[in-house]
Design a protein around this ligand. Sequence first.
Ligand SMILES: [Zn+2]
Length: 266
Amino acid sequence: MSKPDDYEVYAIKYATLERKASENFIGGDPHEAASNLDYYVWLARSTTRTFVIDTGFDAAVAKRRGRKMIAPPDESLKRLGVDPGAVKDVIITHLHYDHVGNFGLFPAASFHLQDEEMAYATGRHMAQGFFNYAYEAGEVAAMVREVYKGRVRFHDGDAELAPGLSLHRIGGHTKGLQAVRVHTRIGWIVLASDAAHLYANMNETRPFPIVFDAGAMVEGYRRLRELADAPELIVPGHDPLVMRRYAPPRAGLRGIAVRLDRRPRL
Ligand SMILES: [Zn+2]
């Protein structure tokens, strides 16, 4: 492996959902407190490369599924100096509606996806509501069309996309879910996406209820710790605490974006 570059990494919050803790843990939660979910896309950029990680959902899907939109992801990316029309690399951690909607906003990009995720999203399990609930058939079909245009870059397991940035298939939540490991000035951090929805799912080994393989999900928590330089450098996919542990890049982006390549406040 070549010497890793240092990346600036951002979590960009675009939507939110209020709900009870019992909905976020298999077997429920004895405290029955609120446990909201935030929705994020992520940006990793070095002096030479820009990677957008996931693309979020649009206003129409937000309305239909009852999620509250905070700011469209493409507008927040522009505020961070990224032109979505010029982005070359978009990593799709998995094909759930809250991670792959809006991919049409990136006309110049290749989409990095695990073989296993496309097989899962187009295969036998999608005949069951339990597994297909978080997929939008139209979005999956649209991504299949991108395959025929040569725009999907498939990966099978671990893959280095650039010095300092790699993909790691975790599975669990969906069959082909991948996490992203990024080198920064504070070391290797891991964008877990939905390999860990909340810090508590991972730290207390209480899996999230939308799951293909609970065993792989729990193994995934261990794998994330292996990939990161320290457990606190794993960034969960939907935890509102991310917005509190990290600082915004500038005051005007408070509540919208935080810098993940600076040490979190614990
Ligand atoms: Zn998700």
